[in-house]
Design a protein around this ligand. Structure first.
Ligand code: ATP
Length: 230
């Protein structure tokens, strides 16, 4: 469903990705792991066209999307939730979802209800401004907004980072349910326990390269722990 081939990216002259290869099959949950600063966020930004790659290819559902704009990729079914749970702080929860719906091509109002089913905690907060939500609630809203676009693949950058523990569990449960419902997911996650719970497959980045890749059970290898240890 998603193929990333020889992907390279840079900030000005500073090269960050040096030829990344991996693929995510339909319905699969792929976890991108690695220590701070190895290029995980850069990889997602390059996959989504937020940072145009300097070399390589991104293919989604058989279409080469490497040169497409981010919004065109979203229309094709790539739902992106960047790091830092971005929402419109001055708009209410309802308005945040509505604005996203209006930007979609399908325009089906039921998509808002479906997104809220994934995050029922947001229902009593519909009239509250997003800026007044807790970090965890904002993250739920950010994922719900991506769901309103009816993605075929959800791309999540450290969705539980810096979030209070009781909501972390809710977010993990929601990701697990979305995955169980057949949605493909590309998840950046630093923590081994979470990857062990959710991932089908994983890649570990180091210095802008994939240094290890495998199936969930390979995450128990001793060497993997060393690659992730700070
Ligand atoms: N906007 C930017 N301009 C210049 N350099 C950047 C920029 N964003 C990131 N970098 C650098 O690129 C490298 C990879 O950063 P990136 O954020 O992709 O790593 P990461 O693995 O996602 O780390 P973290 O887990 O801390 O988010 C780092 O050396 C970082 O300093």
């Amino acid at each position: 469903m998603l193929e990333v081939e020889g992907l390279e990216a840079a900030y000005g002259r500073a090269r960050v990705l040096f030829g990344i290869d991996f693929a995510v099959d339909a319905g699969q949950l792929m976890c991108v792991m690695g220590r701070n600063g190895v290029g995980k966020t850069t990889l997602l930004n390059a996959v989504m066209g937020v940072l145009p790659p300097t070399a390589g290819k991104v293919v989604f559902d058989g279409r080469d999307v490497t040169r497409m704009k981010t919004h065109e990729r979203v229309r094709l079914g790539m739902g992106y939730v960047p790091q830092g749970h971005e929402t419109f702080p001055q708009l209410t929860v309802q308005e945040n979802l509505q604005v996203t719906l209006e930007a979609t091509r399908h325009g089906d109002r039921k998509a808002v209800d479906e997104a809220l089913e994934a995050f029922p905690r947001l229902v009593p907060l519909l009239k509250r401004k997003a800026g007044f939500l807790s970090g965890g609630q904002q993250q739920q809203l950010a994922i719900a907004r991506a769901l309103v676009t009816r993605p075929r693949m959800l791309i999540l950058d450290e969705p539980t980072e810096g979030i209070q523990p009781n909501i972390v569990l809710e977010i993990e449960d929601a990701i697990e349910r979305l995955h169980a419902s057949g949605l493909a997911i590309l998840l950046v996650e630093q923590y081994l326990e979470l990857a062990l719970r959710l991932a089908d497959r994983f890649v570990i980045l180091e210095g802008g390269l994939v240094v290890h890749a495998g199936a969930k059970d390979d995450l128990r290898d001793e060497g993997v722990g060393r690659m992730l240890a700070v």
